[in-house]
Design a protein around this ligand. Sequence first.
Ligand SMILES: Cc1ncc(COP(=O)(O)O)c(C=O)c1O
Length: 401
Amino acid sequence: MRFASRVNRLAGKGAEAWTLHAKALDQQHETGKDVLFLTVGEPDFDTPLAIQQAAIASMRSGNTHYSPIVGTKALRSAIADWHTELTDQPVSAEQVVVTSGAQCALFCAMQCLAQPGDEVIATDPRYSTYEAVIGATGADLVSVPLLPDRNFTLDLASLRAAVTPRTRVILLNSPHNPTGAVLHPDTLEAVAALCCEADVWLVSDEVYGALTYGPRHRSPAALPGMEDRCVVVSSLSKSHAMTGWRVGWAIAPEAMAGHLYNLVLSMLYSCPGFIQDASVVAIREASGEVRRMQAAYRRRRDLMAPWLDALPGLSCASPEGGMFVMLDVRRSGLDAQSFAERLLAEERVAVLPGEGFGKQAAGFCRLSLGFSDETLTEACRRIEAFTLRLEAENTLLTAAP
Ligand SMILES: Cc1ncc(COP(=O)(O)O)c(C=O)c1O
């Protein structure tokens, strides 16, 4: 049987990024021993109780039927208000389209903006699903390198150089997965000016917007000239520990929101009503819990990054946002894949080799902060034991190659 050629554009490096995770699951299954999975970007917190109770109450009251296609007015208004509070950009509920997680919003936004013959610019490294999301539109992905020796910050000259007459969209993510880098106001301003000058769309993935550890989150959507050319994608997954509820959204200019409506109508036909009711409670009533979780991620970052940075053969910069730390293993004498494989085999700690996120992340491993202080302390101990063994084997290099 024949498949559409599109299926080939859905597979790629993004799917390969998870090989080590699958191997760790096998190892745990076969040996029955405790593996510490620092692979997954999954909050370890339970969804706050008030949100769970709101979902149950809504379900009990009979809200188990179809809902408005792109979200209830109450949820769209709550999202619009929260976005304004977080970013200072006033938006109306009509600009908000509720989807099944930010992933679905990204997919929908890209389907509305890019087509075969276009180019979409994204960073290298980048979140692992971007390649397939862009690929599914038929457009070509153009990578802009985020250099490890510049702390993976966006270099404007490289971004500018990547823009061609075929460029239709620039896709950015701040705070960034996997690197934890945050786009600062001057960079955002320059990106916005470039988008206006080159007449391209900006899709801004802000799923970690509530998880910044320095200055507050900024959205490029709030900048002059962006009101007609910026789509913000976000969700409750990380901020509210609600990954499994699948609530996300796109905030788009009204004309685009109309196209998103048609797309959501034909592929999703609304998110469950009781989940939307609970999401209103999440946004309107759970800000204290959100702040507590954010403080916990910051504490874990401060626990892990300096510890790992002090180990022989390793470096670890403190991320400015998000829920990951990037461990630089370039001086360990091992490439990231071998480092991760040996760490799993010898110390039962699973981390993701950076290559799965892009060439520039080769030599790095991504570690998730979605675990208790005790688990992360134990993971650091095991990584320390492993690097001391590497030191004894004399494999460490004195400087990065
Ligand atoms: C950068 C980035 N964008 C989008 C997503 C998807 O989020 P959601 O669970 O809301 O679909 C993730 C999930 O890890 C992510 O890291």
